[in-house]
Design a protein around this ligand. Structure first.
Ligand code: BGC
Length: 361
């Protein structure tokens, strides 16, 4: 594993070297009203509206790795709050924030973000289970509960292996969905991993799998070759739509240099949106079928919760666009995707090195 300093400079270099071969696009395709599994993972809420305005597909849900929406969400997009990690800055505002989200229409709650990674929520399964039972399970009567989101790492104690330990410690946690992340090099790899996740979930009588982050290894610091990613998304999204156990998915992510360029949907974003609506979904377990009554848990949602939400709004609407960069990113992305055993941690640590500090409360 490379040193942090190396990663930081490599990450900054990659950020400044990201090229934008992606063109913004306009479309006149009619928006379909069918329920969609497609989500927008975002830091800046205004960009969700931009993506949702693209007429070629429907954004049905969104999340920002935080517990408060952080801006205006289109009325037909369900915001899903997440308790990111165990730190006091995450848990202290959680109750107010989640109750505000539930009273505003959220019907799901997401658990911790990559607790199996030291660079992310970094929790043992036992700690995560205890915190999940304390902070998330109490809302089981008001929302469907999604597991902590684990990575696709196949190392012992990580990925689905971490999830299995977690489930043995959290068997009474009322979990309705398994959340996973995937980064790799091909649609075939994605399918193999998601199929394994579906089987693992079924072992615990969990019928929904959520893919809350996915993308090509080469794109973790921004899209490196738009046409490659467009082809990947066309096939991946069609396949995800065809899987009845995949309830929701979100490409990484709804931000400039990824699904957008200069605050407008680019060709990658267009492929993401149109591939979801052109696929015939066989989903029976999608979020729209939830019968949760969100208001019961939220009677105490108060104005202090709203202020928690608005303070989170200012901290999550981080702008870190590198759209003024001109040079090619091919060197950085090929470095990131070249190794096999190390590529997982390298790309993730490189991604983290790029991130601004974000307050998840
Ligand atoms: C991190 C979040 C961050 C997001 C987008 C995720 O991997 O866990 O904290 O907001 O990336 O940068």
């Amino acid at each position: 594993m490379p040193s942090f300093t190396h990663l930081l400079s490599a990450g900054l270099l990659a950020a400044s070297a990201v090229a934008f071969p992606v063109q913004t696009r306009k479309t006149s395709v009619q928006k379909r009203s069918s329920s969609s599994k497609l989500g927008a993972a975002y830091n800046d809420a205004t960009l969700v509206s931009t993506l949702a305005d693209d007429a070629s597909g429907t954004v049905s849900w969104s999340y920002n790795w935080g517990s408060s929406v952080g801006g205006d969400m289109p009325s037909d997009v369900e915001y899903v709050p997440m308790l990111w990690g165990s730190g006091s800055d995450y848990v202290s505002g959680w109750t107010d924030a989640v109750e505000t989200a539930l009273s505003s229409g959220s019907s799901y709650i997401l658990g911790f973000n990559e607790p199996d990674m030291s660079s992310q929520a970094d929790m043992t399964a036992a700690t995560a289970a205890a915190l999940y039972a304390e902070y998330i399970t109490p809302y089981a009567g008001s929302a469907k509960l999604v597991s902590p989101a684990v990575t696709s790492s196949s190392s012992s104690g990580e990925g689905l292996d971490w999830f299995k330990s977690f489930m043995s410690d959290c068997s009474s946690c009322n979990i309705s969905a398994l959340a996973v992340h995937w980064y790799g090099d091909s649609v075939d790899e994605l399918k193999t991993f998601v199929e394994e996740a579906i089987e693992t979930a079924a072992d615990y009588d969990i019928s929904e799998v959520w893919l809350t982050e996915f993308g090509l290894d080469a794109d973790t610091s921004g899209i490196s070759d738009a046409s490659t990613t467009v082809s990947f998304l066309e096939e991946a999204v069609s396949w995800l739509e065809s899987q009845s156990s995949v309830a929701r998915y979100a490409f990484f992510y709804c931000a400039n240099n990824y699904l957008l360029t200069d605050d407008a949907v680019n060709s990658v974003g267009g492929a993401y949106m149109s591939s979801s609506s052109s696929s015939s979904s066989t989903s029976t377990s999608s979020a729209s079928s939830t019968s949760s009554s969100s208001s019961s848990a939220s009677s105490s949602a108060s104005s202090s919760a709203s202020s928690a939400a608005s303070s989170a709004a200012s901290s999550t609407s981080t702008s870190w666009s590198t759209s003024s960069s001109e040079s090619s990113s091919s060197e950085s992305s090929s470095t990131e995707s070249s190794s096999t055993s190390d590529s997982f941690s390298v790309t993730w640590d490189a991604k983290i090195a790029l991130l601004p500090p974000i307050q998840h409360s």
